[in-house]
Each structure stands twice: as structure tokens, then as C-alpha cells.
Design a protein around this ligand. Structure first.
Ligand code: BGC
Length: 757
């Protein structure tokens, strides 16, 4: 009995995922026993016949012949039940063993019903909403035949020059982990064999967001301590939550590209974390190890498979060289069998081995895609993603019968509503802001003028316009555009200017060294302010911007990211007060690019910057800028106001096995009902490695009616106080901890407690 209990406890300790890794699936083993080496290698090959957005320069050729020959494990860029059925038929009926295909896709923020970009969605601080967005995306995508998704991107990003900051949940390891889990749970549901769920891929393992100088695909060099404490937690969180696959990143880690990094893919991911799914490369990232300087195609392919990479995306290095490497003794057949097993296990998990046509139901698209219900959700999600950055003289919300000048190159512009990485969305279906205003406020007087080009720089515009015309430069001169805008403005009572970044000014391969609003639009903004009329800036971007200049103008600013298919309706809902904005930033906004990388969870250093913000010689500060950001992590305003009081801790001392409660009363002191994201930060005062000044440890989004108060309570245990020490052990250390509760990371000290030995 004793032994039995011990083994049960041990099983729990190992964790279910570790267990499953050891359990062999009879259908999979039977298939493997029949497979030739070439057929096993074929399962490791992922191709794209084109049709989707190809992000590299290579598109696969002769895909059909390769499927028939048993040389393909999966494809992406193929959608619709008919096309997917055709592809599966080729695999099932014409290849020797009839193994169905994985059908992949990049569904990053909604399938055809496009939601706000991930950075925007994360600003909602609403995990249920985020999970639901993934559920709806899964339902739509699987209706179109897709069973495997390349999302979520969980890379921590602290450098807004990096365009792909748009695709993640910002800078914080704790919050990023919560969002990542919600996404994976949303995509995968309870049971992957349900035809409305799909396998999720966490990407890009690892550290992709820390590319040097914010330049996409650049090198990363980072200490293990920083990795474990700040950059790896979101990947680990989704592995713990049962994500089906992991995608490697383009960058190197400790001098070895992720796709060939055995420490990363085997020692850490499989052995330490117990990951039992499969690892796929990024687009041609195996081949790119040649350019990284790791050898020729045969060498880098062998490096990748030996490191623990299972599937080669597009590059065909596995297909063309692994057999040779086995013959030459550079790769063992056992290694290839292991990888093939993982791919087949994924197909089993998805129910494909039982029914290859599970995701080919031709009646589904009409029922499940772009439904009114899904669009309604998209509108709601967008309103929740907006962040009210600056309040000026209570201009907002506007009355629905106002006389408005709606101005700006993004005000009536369908091409820029969906945001980056929305290849499955259709821009022509999106609601521009002008249309939304008319829908929500039919009694308002609305006069529109473009006012300026998004950018006047045609060379820049050409680079941005790779996937369609996002920046269109008008035939009219800048002066003529401006004059039209001023005429409209002067004939109105209030100006709403929709300005900022085009889609594809952020996203993949869209890094910027200057993250201000382009000059053409800055000039327009200044001229509009000079009219003396009240001005509201509706700001669109895929990254934190440097808006130091605009923050100093007498304007209100509403940040809307790229809001998705229902953009115009959602913006109008907030501008006209049907919804009171409640979003909070999940990445810090700098005063200038000179402050980057910038994030709230910094170390004090031995020479902390002066609290006053005034310059002091021989302290850590700049001659020409304060250390503080323009807008901190966690920041966002509301049409109403909130006051925090009565901050309490249930006990000044806590033992390692107990918990304490930290609470605060929050009161809505303004004139509107509203929502507040109450945030708890903790600072470990003394520990064996230098602690960050603050770490987010909990948050709650609450609704408060005008005048209402609520007490918000956080339970803290020793588990919440853990970190990786210099031996990379995950520990807590007794001592004093300070805490902060507020609606933003620039929270003031609120109290402390001691964790006893
Ligand atoms: C991106 C991935 C994406 C892949 C497939 C790559 O360029 O880095 O995030 O999943 O293409 O489309």
C-alpha cells in the first residue's frame, strides 16, 4: 500500500504530460512499424503550395507529387473544406500508407472575423475575452479545414522598434504567461478531436523578442538568469498547459541558432519541462543556419534533428539530406523514428488517423465563419483593447449629435483596419472609422477630409505596401490636403483626427528606428490644434510609439492599435460613450528611442536614479531625459476616475506554507460607470540575485458603477515569490517584501510583509 501511494504520488509529480510521452499509442506504433526510413523522413516535411502569405522567399514546388510519394507530413496555406479534402484524398488514397496531413495556418488574431492585433487584445487584461477570441478563431478556421495553428506568439518584447511586438502580449513574463495560456486553451479546447478545436503552436522558442537593436531576425545574447526569470516563463506556461507544438525562432541563443540548439530543444524543453508534443522550425529556419555559419544543408539539417527539431518548415533540408546523414552515421534512425512518432502522435491527437476528413465538412463555412455573432464579439473585443492615453478637458465622450470634423489618412481607410499578420482576413470587409461614426451616431454632422498622407516618403511607402496598398500617396499636394482638412475643421465644433501607423508598419520584418508618428501627420495634427477647436487624436499603431510631442498638446488621445474587422463601429462605441475605455498598456511607451529597451521591471542598480527625476551626476540617469517612460506598463485612463484606499495586508508575517491577503478598496469617483484593472506588484527587498524594482503578481478587472466601491483581495503564497537563483533553482528566499496596488505600474509603495524562514 505504501509503495502504491508512493508511485501514485510520483506519477503526479512527473505530471501527466511526462507520462503520456512514455505511453506509446498502438495506432502510431503500428504505422511506424510499416514505415521505411524515407517515409519517416517524409512525415517531417512541412510544405506550402503558396496561396497564403509566404514570409520567406521560397514556396514549395510539386507538392502533389511529393504527397503521393509519402514525402509530406503537413501543408500550410491551403484552406476550404473542398481543398483540404482534396489534399487529404491525395495523401490517403495515393500514398503507400495513406497517412493524413496536418493542415497548418497562421491564425494570429481571428480567422476571417479579424480581432484586434494581439498587443491590442492583451491591453484588455481580460483573459476570458482573449480565450474566447481564440475559441472563435478555432471554430472559423477548422470550418475551413485547418487543424493546426501557428499561434500564439508569446515572445516577451521590450523594444518597440521591433515590429513583431504587435503580435504578442507585451513586456511582462507573468502577464504574458496568463495570456499565452488563455490563447492555447481557447484554440485547443478540452479535446483536440472535436472538429471545432485545433492544435496550437507556441512561438517562437526562444527569446525572439530580444533581437538586438529591435531589428527583426537579429542575434540575441542573454544571460541564463534573465532568460529563466524574464523571457522563458510564457513558453513554459503553455507547455504546462498542454500546447501541442512548439515553433523555434530565427535567432541564435548562446551562439547556436534555436533550430539547432540541443540545450533549448532537448535538455530544457523535453527533459526539464516534459514537453511531449512536436517541434517545428520557423519558415526555412533550418536552411538559414547555413547563413548563420553552421555548415552546409546536410550539416544544418543533421544539427537540427539531433537537437530535437521534428519538422522542417518549407526548406526541405530534412527531405533531401537526412537519409544521407543516416547512411553516413551522422544521424541515427532512432532519432528520425522519434521525430516521426511525434508527428503521428499529433495526427492521432487531432483525430486524423481515425477520420482524415474530420475537418472537411462542406456545410460548416457558411454556419461558422463571419457570423453576426462573431462580428459582434469582434466589436466588443476591439472596444476592450483601446487605451485612453490622455484626457483633455473632458472632451470625450462626444454627444451623438455633435458637429464633427473627422480627419486623417486612417479615418476612411479599409486597408489598414485589420493590422499585421491577418492573411486570412479580408480588408474590404472591415468597417472604416467614418462608417462606424455614421452607424453609431446617425444624428451627428460628420465631415471628412484625409488631411495628409500616412507618409509622404514614397520609398518608405513601397516597403510597407508589400501585401497591398497600405500607404497611398495622394495625387493632391500636401498643402491642398491640409487646406481641405482645415476647411472641414473650421466648419465643425470638434475635430477627431485618426492618425498613426499603417498596417505593415509593424509586424514581421517591419522594424523602425524612428517610432514617432510620421512627419506628414505630425504637421496635420499641429495645424488642427492651431484652429483652437477641441481635438481628439484616435491613434492607430502596432507598437508603443514615441508621442512625446503629442502628449504636450492640448488634445485627448485614444489608442486603438489595429482594431480588426469591426474597427469603425468599435471606435464609435467608445468615442460616443456607449463603452467607457478600460484598456491598459502591456508594453511601456518610451519618451524617445534613446530609452529603449525600456520596461517597468528593471533593477535599481547600485546607483539608483534620483526619485525626483532631476539629473544627478554619478547616478544612473541621462543628461537629456528622465529615466521614467512617457507612459508606463499597466497605464490607461477611463472616462471616470478611480481612487484607491484602505490598502491592507492580513498579516505582516507569512510562513512558507501559509498565505496572506493583500487588499485595497477601489472607488469610482467620477461621473460614469467604468472598469478598472487593479494590479498587484511585489518587490523582493533582499535576495541572492539583484531583484527587479517591481514584479506584477496579480491583477483583477472590476466593474464599478458611478460612486460604487469594491474591495479587491489578492492571495499571496510563497509560490508567488519564487524566482530562479544563480544555480537556476526555482526558489523563494525569506525576508521582507514590499507591495504596491494601483491601476498602473508606477504605483506608490503600499506596505510590506516578511516571509519567515
Ligand atoms: C514567421 C512565423 C510564421 C511562419 C509561417 C514565419 O516567417 O516567423 O511566425 O508562423 O512564417 O507563416
Amino acid at each position: 500500500m505504501k509503495n502504491f501511494n508512493l508511485s501514485v504520488a510520483l506519477l503526479f509529480f512527473i505530471g501527466l504530460s511526462g507520462l503520456q510521452a512514455q505511453e506509446k499509442i498502438p495506432e502510431v506504433e503500428e504505422l511506424l512499424s510499416k514505415m521505411t526510413l524515407e517515409e519517416k523522413i517524409g512525415q517531417l516535411n512541412l510544405l506550402t503550395p503558396g496561396g497564403g502569405v509566404a514570409t520567406g522567399s521560397v514556396v514549395s514546388e510539386d507538392v502533389e507529387a511529393k504527397i503521393k510519394a509519402g514525402n509530406v507530413g503537413g501543408v500550410f496555406g491551403v484552406s476550404s473544406p473542398e481543398k483540404v479534402r482534396q489534399a487529404q484524398e491525395i495523401a490517403v488514397k495515393s500514398s503507400r500508407l495513406g497517412i493524413p496531413l496536418l493542415i497548418g495556418s497562421d491564425i494570429i488574431h481571428g480567422y476571417k472575423t479579424t480581432f484586434p492585433i494581439p498587443l491590442g487584445l492583451s491591453s484588455s487584461w481580460d483573459l476570458e475575452l482573449i480565450k474566447e477570441s481564440a475559441q472563435i478563431a478555432a471554430k472559423e478556421a477548422t470550418a475551413d479545414g485547418i487543424n493546426w495553428n501557428f499561434s500564439p506568439m508569446v515572445d516577451i518584447a521590450r523594444d518597440p522598434r521591433w515590429g513583431r511586438i504587435a503580435e504578442g502580449a507585451g513586456e511582462d513574463p507573468y502577464y504574458g504567461s496568463q495570456v499565452a495560456k488563455a490563447m492555447v486553451q481557447g484554440y485547443q479546447g478540452e479535446n483536440l478531436t472535436q472538429p471545432n478545436t485545433m492544435m496550437s503552436t507556441v512561438k517562437h522558442m526562444a527569446l525572439y523578442g530580444a533581437a538586438e537593436a529591435g531589428r527583426d531576425y537579429n542575434s540575441v545574447d542573454m544571460s541564463r538568469l534573465k532568460m529563466f526569470n524574464e523571457y522563458l516563463p510564457p513558453y513554459k506556461a503553455v507547455v504546462d498547459a498542454g500546447v501541442g507544438s512548439v515553433m523555434t525562432s530565427f535567432n541564435d541563443i548562446d551562439g547556436i541558432p534555436a533550430s539547432g540548439n540541443k540545450w533549448l530543444l532537448t535538455d530544457l524543453l523535453r527533459e526539464k519541462w516534459g514537453f511531449d508534443g512536436f517541434v517545428v522550425s520557423d519558415y526555412t529556419s533550418v536552411n538559414e543556419m547555413i547563413a548563420h555559419g553552421m555548415g552546409d544543408l546536410q550539416a544544418v539539417s543533421a544539427l537540427a534533428i539531433n537537437a530535437g527539431l521534428d519538422m522542417d518548415m518549407v526548406g526541405e533540408g530534412f527531405l533531401t539530406t537526412l537519409k544521407k546523414s543516416v547512411d553516413e552515421g551522422k544521424v541515427s534512425e532512432e532519432q528520425i523514428t522519434k521525430a516521426a512518432r511525434r508527428i503521428l502522435e499529433a495526427k492521432h491527437k487531432l483525430g486524423l488517423l481515425e477520420d482524415p476528413y474530420l475537418y472537411s465538412d462542406e456545410s460548416r463555412p457558411e454556419k461558422d465563419i463571419l457570423t453576426e455573432e462573431n462580428k459582434k464579439f469582434a466589436r466588443k473585443a476591439a472596444t476592450r483593447s483601446f487605451v485612453f492615453l490622455k484626457k483633455h478637458e473632458n472632451t470625450l465622450p462626444l454627444a451623438k449629435n455633435s458637429n464633427i470634423a473627422l480627419i486623417g489618412p486612417l479615418a476612411d481607410n479599409k486597408n489598414n483596419m485589420l493590422g499585421t499578420w491577418a492573411p486570412t482576413g479580408d480588408p474590404s470587409l472591415s468597417i472604416p472609422i467614418l462608417q462606424g461614426f455614421k452607424n453609431v451616431a446617425p444624428n451627428a454632422t460628420i465631415k471628412y477630409a484625409k488631411g495628409a498622407n500616412i507618409s509622404n516618403d514614397s520609398t518608405f511607402a513601397k516597403k510597407v505596401n508589400v501585401f497591398g496598398e497600405r500607404i497611398s500617396i495622394s495625387d493632391k499636394s500636401s498643402d491642398a490636403l491640409l487646406q481641405e482638412a482645415l476647411d472641414v475643421a473650421n466648419a465643425s465644433d470638434i475635430i477627431v483626427a485618426v492618425v498613426g501607423e499603417a498596417t505593415e508598419m509593424s509586424g514581421e520584418a517591419a522594424s523602425r528606428t524612428d517610432i514617432t508618428i510620421p512627419d506628414s501627420q505630425k504637421k496635420l495634427i499641429r495645424e488642427l490644434v492651431n484652429t483652437g477647436k477641441p481635438v481628439v487624436l484616435v491613434l492607430m499603431s502596432g507598437r508603443p510609439l514615441d508621442i512625446s510631442e503629442e502628449m504636450n498638446l492640448p488634445v485627448s488621445i485614444l489608442q486603438i492599435w489595429h482594431p480588426g474587422i469591426e474597427a469603425g463601429n468599435a471606435v464609435a462605441d467608445v468615442i460616443f460613450g456607449d463603452y467607457n475605455p478600460s484598456g491598459k498598456l502591456t508594453a511601456t511607451w518610451p519618451r524617445s528611442v534613446g530609452q529603449i529597451p525600456i520596461y517597468y521591471g528593471v533593477k535599481t542598480t547600485g546607483r539608483p536614479g534620483p526619485e525626483s527625476g532631476d539629473f544627478q551626476k554619478f547616478k544612473t540617469n541621462y543628461l537629456d531625459s528622465p529615466n521614467t517612460p512617457l507612459l508606463p506598463f499597466g497605464y490607461g485612463l477611463s472616462y471616470t476616475s478611480f481612487e484607491y484606499s484602505d490598502v491592507k495586508v492580513s498579516s505582516k508575517e507569512m510562513s512558507a506554507s501559509a498565505s496572506i491577503e493583500i487588499s485595497a478598496t477601489v472607488t469610482n469617483t467620477g461621473n460614469y460607470d467604468g472598469e478598472e484593472v487593479v494590479q498587484l506588484y511585489i518587490h523582493d527587498k533582499v535576495r541572492s540575485i539583484t531583484p527587479p524594482v517591481k514584479e506584477l503578481k496579480g491583477f483583477q478587472k472590476i466593474t464599478l458603477k458611478k460612486g460604487e466601491s469594491k474591495t479587491v483581495t489578492f492571495t499571496v503564497t510563497a509560490e508567488d515569490l519564487k524566482f530562479y537563483n544563480s544555480q537556476l533553482e526555482y526558489v523563494f528566499e525569506p525576508g521582507e517584501f514590499e507591495f504596491f496596488i494601483a491601476g498602473s505600474s508606477d504605483a506608490e509603495f503600499a506596505g510590506s510583509f516578511t516571509l519567515k524562514k
